[in-house]
Design a protein around this ligand. Sequence first.
Ligand code: GDP
Ligand code: MG
Length: 177
Amino acid sequence: MSTNRLDRNIVVLGGMGVGKSTAIQRFLKNEFSEAHYPTVSNTYNKKISVGEREYNLTITDTAGQDETSILDPSFAGSTDVYVIAFSVAYRKSFEIAKIVREKILDISGVESVAMVLVGNKSDLKQDRQVSRNEAEELATKFNCPYIETSAKENSNIEELFIRSVKIANKARGDDDV
Ligand code: GDP
Ligand code: MG
C-alpha cells in the first residue's frame, strides 16, 4: 500500500449563511450544528481515498462573500478546486455565487477555473427559491458540476468532496480517477 498521499487544496466560498462551515464540519466530523459563526475562517486537513488513491485534503473555509468583499489573492496560486456554495432556499446567495466566480477569475487572471457549484440546504423543500434546473443551467455555463447537498441531513456531502478531488485531478490533466 502506497503511503504517498497526493495533496489537494480546496477553498470553499459563497454567500454568508449558506452552510459552508456546517458542510465542512459535517464532512470532517459528521456533526451538524444550528450555530452560525459568521466571521470564522479556517483551514482543515482530512485524508480521503478516491478510487485507488489517497489524498490529503486541505480545506479552507472562508468567512463568506458579498458583492463588495475582496477575495484573498493568495488563493489564486494555491487552490486546486473552488467549491462555490449557495443556499437553494435563498435566491440572493445564488446571485452571490455568480459574483464570487467572477472574483475568482479576476484574481486568477484566467477564463475558467476548476470549481464545483453547490446548492446546499436541499432539505428545505418548502422554502426552495432556486430550482435544480436553473442551477444546472448555470453549472453548464460555467462548465462545472452541480451538486445539491444538505449538511443538515448529511446528503451528498462526502460526494461533494470526492467530486471536488476528481475535478481538481481533471484540471491537472490527471484524468484516471
Ligand atoms: P456559512 O456562513 O456559509 O458558513 O453558514 P453556516 O455553516 O454557519 O450555516 C448557517 C446556518 O444554516 C446555520 O444555522 C446552520 O445550522 C444552517 N445550515 C447549514 N447547512 C444547512 C442545511 O443543509 N440545511 C438546513 N436546513 N440548515 C443548514
Ligand atoms: Mg462559516
